[in-house]
Design a protein around this ligand. Structure first.
Ligand SMILES: N[C@@H](CCC(=O)N[C@@H](CS)C(=O)NCC(=O)O)C(=O)O
Length: 370
């Protein structure tokens, strides 16, 4: 027997990135007090921002009561939660129904937010009864969320502006961080060559991209932007708390900036992927000259990754966001593919990174479209 999922769709006056962030980071504020499972009303409700993360409430006396786990964390489009509450609304890992929330852009900076609570037959004999309770409960919850999103909470951040050119790995690194954090942003796209105009050189006297503006601050240097974003929007945390993992992250960021950029990206990827689009002749000697150093870069990143899921451990950090754009493009070149393919661990990591919404939304083609 299957039971029809509970579905609810509504419009909120916020683009998907903001709606996603309000849903996940402020759930403790819009979820009604007293409609939770702990002995005391909740003080906060937390959805940890990564697959496998906990979904739980915390009461004023610090007691945490689990609700479920994060199955998919794909800001700004999709969130899937495992609801591990049984028919009596008690945490029980043997009960597993799924709640999916999708955020789609609509006209005029609004989002269509669709919720589906499915697999209700897994409640067994209690399925119809629980489905009835959920069918009564979810609309009110979603209305509360919409009211919260539509009020435009005072602390809604000013949008972060990125000036740059589609296809630049460094521009992509910042866009990745913004999307991972569901932070509102504007991509001020320039044509190729725009970074050498007198107007742009006032933003970035070295004539590199990207350059940034946020809330009265104008600056450049990608690491500075990523570290700034990680301070002003600490969820999800992209800097490990463990000093050794942080050292590993910083080492990889250094490898990216000092060794990978000049040989892998500025030479091989640029000449193979960008130069032909711009009618720039491909300097084969420059590629051949860069290859031995590119091999060292790849060997080192693969060695440091080892058996971990991500570059500085089991969760994504700034290192992943700063290396993935270099290696996504490099792997598309024949030389890059040949160097990377033998490193199964690195290819597995690249696959995990390419599966993320942030990577899919920032391909050269996607950025050129918008
Ligand atoms: N250190 C800079 C590096 C930025 C950079 O090298 N950007 C490249 C594009 S990915 C660029 O501007 N290249 C154009 C040029 O060098 O003229 C940062 O971290 O932002």
């Amino acid at each position: 027997m299957t039971i029809e999922p509970i579905r609810r769709a509504l419009l909120v006056k916020a683009p998907p990135a903001k709606a996603f962030s309000l849903f996940t980071q402020q759930i403790g504020r819009w979820w009604p007090k007293g409609r939770s499972i702990g002995a005391q009303p909740h003080e906060d409700i937390v959805i940890e921002p990564h697959p496998g993360g906990r979904w739980f409430e915390r009461s004023a006396d610090g007691v945490e009561s689990d609700w479920g786990r994060v199955l998919a964390w794909e800001p700004p489009h999709r969130l899937v939660l495992a609801w591990h509450l049984n028919a009596e609304f008690k945490f029980d890992l043997s009960y597993h129904t799924e709640v999916e929330i999708a955020f789609e852009p609509t006209n005029g900076d609004q989002s269509l937010v669709r919720l589906e609570h499915r697999n209700l037959e897994r409640f067994g004999a209690a399925g119809e009864r629980v489905a009835g309770m959920l069918a009564d409960g979810w609309p009110g919850m979603m209305d509360r969320f919409a009211a919260h999103a539509n009020e435009g909470p005072a602390e809604s951040p000013a949008p972060f502006v990125v000036h740059g050119i589609p296809g630049s790995p460094y521009v992509r690194m910042v866009l990745l961080a913004l999307i991972e954090k569901a932070f509102p942003y504007t991509f001020a796209k320039m044509p190729f060559g725009g970074h050498k105009t007198p107007e742009y050189l006032t933003r970035h006297p070295f004539g590199r991209i990207p350059a940034f503006e946020h809330d009265g601050l104008a600056f450049y240097e990608t690491q500075a932007a990523l570290r700034y974003l990680d301070r002003i929007m600490p969820v999800p945390e992209l800097t490990p708390r463990d000093p050794k993992a942080e050292a590993r992250m910083n080492q990889l960021i250094g490898i990216g900036d000092s060794y990978m950029m000049p040989d892998v990206s500025a030479k091989i990827s640029f000449l193979r992927l960008i130069a032909p689009r711009l009618g720039i002749p491909v300097d084969e000697a420059a590629i051949a000259e860069a290859l031995p150093r590119a091999k060292i870069c790849i060997g080192e990143v693969a060695r440091l990754l080892g058996g971990s899921r991500f570059l500085a451990g089991e969760v994504v950090t700034l290192a992943d966001l700063m290396i993935a754009p270099h290696l996504d493009y490099f792997e598309m070149t024949p030389e890059g593919h040949a160097i990377m393919a033998p490193h199964a661990n690195l290819m597995g990591w690249l696959g995990r990174m390419r599966d993320r919404c942030s990577m899919r939304d920032t391909t050269m083609e996607r950025l050129m479209e918008g």
